[in-house]
Structure formats: C-alpha cells, structure tokens
Design a binder for this molecule. Sequence first.
Ligand code: HEC
Ligand code: HEC
Ligand code: HEC
Ligand code: HEC
Length: 438
Amino acid sequence: MRFARVIVGLLMGAVTWPPAWAGTVETIFAHQHLGAASCASSVCHGANQRSANSPILGNEFSIWQQVDPHARSFATLATAQSQAIARKLGLGDATKAKVCLDCHTHNVPEAKRGEKFLVEDGVSCEACHGGSEKWVAAHADPNADRSKLIADGLYPTNEPVARAKLCLTCHMGTRDRMITHEIMGAGHPRLSFELDTFTWLNPHYEIDADYIERKGEFNGSRDWALGQGLAAANLLDVLLDPNHGWNGIFPELVLFDCHACHRPMAGNQWGPRPGTGLGPGAVRLGDSNLVMYRHVLSVVDPAAAEKLLADTKALHRATLVGRDQTMAAARTVKNDIEKSLDQVAGFAFDEDTLGKVLGSLLRDAERGEFRDFAAAEQAALAAQSVVVAFETAKQLDEAAAKRLQSGVDQLYGTVENGDKYDMSRFVAALKSLKAMAP
Ligand code: HEC
Ligand code: HEC
Ligand code: HEC
Ligand code: HEC
C-alpha cells in the first residue's frame, strides 16, 4: 500500500475540542439530504474522468461508485454472511435491521430524505459531508465562505478531529452507533481503524498545493496521532456509558482485547505486558489505541506520557477490583487524553520526532508490550504512517523509499491474521524496519 500525500509541517493551528463527545451524527443529520444522485451531474462530481481545470477531481461520484467500499456497504447486508449474522441475532432481514443500517448505509430519518435519496446507495456523499439542502447551491462557488457552509451543515471532513469522530461512529462504534460483542459473536468481523491510513484508502480527493491553498495545511502524522487519542477516548466514553458499556454482570466485551479470551488453551503463551501490570489469566481492556497514544505523547509531552502510563495501569488494575473503581479510573484516563489533544494538534511532527516515535515503538516491542495482537496491528499502521511521512518530507530517492516500504509490508505480514500472530516475528520485522529508517 502506498499513498501519495503532501506533508506540510510546522503550521498547525489549535483544534477546537467540542464540549461534548457525542453529537456527530446529529450534525450530519441536521438538514435535508438530497441523495447521491444530486451530486452526480457531469458538471459537478459526476464527470467520467478527472477534470483538467477544476481544483477538485470532478469525478468523485464515479470513484466512489467504482472503487469505494462505502458504495457497496448496503449491498453487503444482502450477502449470505450478513443474513446469517442477522438470523443468529433474531433480527430478520439484515437489509431492514436498524442496527445494521445505521453503519451500512446513510440511515437518516425518513423525514430528512429528499426525492433522490436512496437507502440502497449505502454510505453516500451526505453520510460524510452532511445533509446538503442548505449548502448545495452555495458550495460550488470557489469564493464561498467556508464557515458559512459549515454553519449550514457541510461537515468539516478536512479537520482531523471532526473527521476522526465521524469515521469512528461506524469504524469503532460510539454511543451513537454501537457494535457489540453479541454482533461479533454472530459472525461480524472485528473492526479495526486508523485515521491516517483509512483516509488514504480509496480516496476521491488529492492533497496538492491547490488543496492546501484552499483548505489550509494537511499533516498525516498529526492525523495519526489525533486519531489514536480520539479512539482511546471513545473506548473510555463507551465504557463509562451505563447503556452501552455494560451488559448484565459483564462489561461490554467488545471493549476488551479479543485475543485475551479467544486463544488456544495450550498454555505457555502468557508473558508480562509492562503497560498493563496485570498477571496471567486476566481479561484485558482493548488498550491498543491507549498504547499508541502513549507513544504520541512520548514525543509531544514526555511527562504527560508518564502520567498516561501510570493512569492506564491503574485502570487495568481497577478492572480486577470493581465497577466503581473502573469507572473512576476510566474518567481519569479519558481526562488525561482530552487535556492533551490540543497540544498534539498544535505539535510539529517532523522527521526527527517521527524517528523518535519509531524508536519508542521498538523499545516497547522489545519489552514485550506487543504481546497482544491488536496493539501490534496498530503499531504496524503507525509505522506505515511514519514511513509515508519520511518519504514525502525527506524526498528519499526511489530505492530508499522502496526499501522502507518493503519493510512496512513485512511488518504488515506479521499482523495479517490475529489468530496466527507471533510476537517474535513482529518484533524482528519492526527492528529491521527501524534499522532502515533515516
Ligand atoms: C455511516 C457509516 C460509515 C462512516 C461514517 C464511515 N464509514 Fe468507512 N466503512 C463503513 C462500512 C459499513 C464499511 C464496509 C463496507 C463493506 O465492505 O460493506 C466501510 C469501509 C471503509 C473502508 C474500507 C476498509 C477495508 O478494509 O478495505 C475504508 C478505508 C473506510 N471505510 C474509511 C472511512 C473513513 C476514512 C471514514 C471517515 C472519513 C469513514 N470510513 C466513515 C461505514 C462507514
Ligand atoms: C458500528 C458500525 C457497524 C454496525 C452496527 C454493523 N457493521 Fe457491519 N461493518 C462495519 C464496518 C466498519 C465494516 C468494515 C470493516 C473493515 O473492513 O474494516 C463492516 C463489515 C461488515 C461485513 C463484512 C463485509 C466484507 O466485505 O467483508 C459484514 C458481512 C457486515 N459488516 C454485516 C453487518 C450486519 C449484518 C450488521 C447488523 C447486525 C452490521 N454489519 C452492523 C460497521 C458496522
Ligand atoms: C466515508 C466518508 C465520505 C464519503 C462517503 C464521501 N466523502 Fe468526499 N471526502 C471525504 C473526506 C475525508 C475528504 C477529504 C477531506 C476534505 O477535504 O474534506 C473528502 C473530500 C471531498 C471533496 C473535496 C476535495 C478537495 O479537493 O477539496 C469533494 C469534492 C468530495 N469529497 C465529494 C464527495 C462526493 C461527491 C461524494 C459522493 C459521491 C463523497 N465525497 C463521498 C469523505 C467522504
Ligand atoms: C471476556 C472474554 C471475551 C472477550 C474479551 C471477547 N470474547 Fe468473543 N466470545 C467469548 C465467549 C464466551 C463467546 C461465546 C462462545 C460460545 O458461545 O461458545 C465468544 C464468542 C465469539 C465469537 C463466536 C465464535 C463462534 O465460534 O461462533 C466471535 C466471532 C467472537 N467472540 C469475537 C470476538 C471479538 C472480535 C472480540 C474482541 C472485540 C471478542 N470476541 C472478545 C468471550 C470473549
């Protein structure tokens, strides 16, 4: 996988942290939704090929329709796999079940659907860009006031915090759109997400000089960093919610490390993970984003990283003590994260700091921190993000860039299958990648 990207360092403005975590879906749903067909005129976003004289590609609709899995997400609900999942859950037809539709299409309330709106279109333009009733006429004007468009319901997908919050509603599950262990137990694939990488799979946009002139800076490493913080904060937000975080006497198991329970019983697999402080036989919170965010803070604010480590360990211990203790410890960690997001948003991630992130990942790996698959998977995605940033920022020659990418591919190879994950192969691949990095 390689993603073309322009990194613009140093010029990072503060992110406004909205007062409440939730509300993303309400923002998207706020206005009338005209439907994907209304974006598809050949002079708007429906050209056959990329436009020569427009700042945007112009063929967004065909890119989305032909290569973007979002356009197929509703059709997925009609497959035998989906029907089997729905049957096991007693939901009847998956293409009519609200819980599935909420993530697999743009499931905006009936009253908000315009004439051309089709639920069969799946996760269509307005599912991410917001109901367009009020901004559709104005937004084509290159001189349109962007803050006015946003006030009228255009969702700021270019802002990393807003984008992360949007993607997480479907790619991790939030209070607004929840995925449960019950759904996984019926056969739904495990969800895994990384903001920067996922922003660059199947894009219908290009970050070039002109984009930056129109929309301001873009920095993939910062987006990776913020994405980790927001995913970790979301995990705790769901855990803290009595309606979603708990299921009878158990906490919601989807928030825990899948492989803590799902592994063979042969024994001899356990070893200490310093970041948890837990002994053998414990069910661990799914802390992969917390581990990654600690690596972010280790370069942005080492003291805050130390505090996050201590508070995360306290949270792991609290899960073995009781519900009240767990909730209190989760609040502390969530607070640590939210307090630091502005600083991360304003931090200049340059080649130096990216090298440090890789070094920090490797030190953790050598201490056994990536014993758990999900954290190793996130570390591989982080390495990809860092390597792309090296490539663009340093403009490595082609041979060096190729070598680095083959290192990342090798690392990805070790996290392809969670059931066959072998930590020593992962550590070796990370070590050789680090040795190749500039
Ligand atoms: C309304 C729900 C929803 C939102 C919002 C959403 N996605 Fe998705 N996304 C999905 C679903 C569902 C799929 C799986 C589609 C399928 O295969 O049927 C998916 C698939 C993907 C894939 C392909 C994954 C793979 O394994 O190949 C990428 C990449 C992706 N989304 C990126 C994003 C990004 C980036 C955002 C935020 C800007 C985002 N998505 C927002 C629902 C959503
Ligand atoms: C919280 C959002 C969410 C909910 C709820 C949800 N899904 Fe998904 N589903 C996703 C995402 C995101 C993916 C893509 C995962 C990836 O590739 O990274 C996906 C993938 C799938 C896949 C695999 C598709 C493929 O191409 O391999 C199936 C099948 C599926 N979902 C069916 C269902 C059914 C049936 C329901 C309802 C019981 C449901 N989903 C509920 C978000 C959700
Ligand atoms: C899964 C979420 C998602 C869906 C669905 C989606 N987009 Fe986007 N779109 C994004 C993201 C993320 C960006 C990049 C950030 C930005 O510039 O806002 C973007 C950017 C754009 C841009 C701006 C490019 C630029 O150079 O400024 C246009 C135009 C666009 N999308 C049109 C569409 C159209 C038309 C559709 C439907 C055919 C669509 N999008 C569907 C997420 C989405
Ligand atoms: C606390 C332990 C625990 C955790 C953590 C856990 N599971 Fe489970 N899982 C179970 C149990 C118990 C079952 C039920 C097994 C049965 O019915 O025979 C199960 C069933 C399943 C099944 C169905 C297996 C089958 O053979 O039909 C899947 C798939 C699954 N879990 C996926 C996941 C995923 C993905 C995660 C992480 C997001 C996860 N589990 C986390 C304990 C756990």
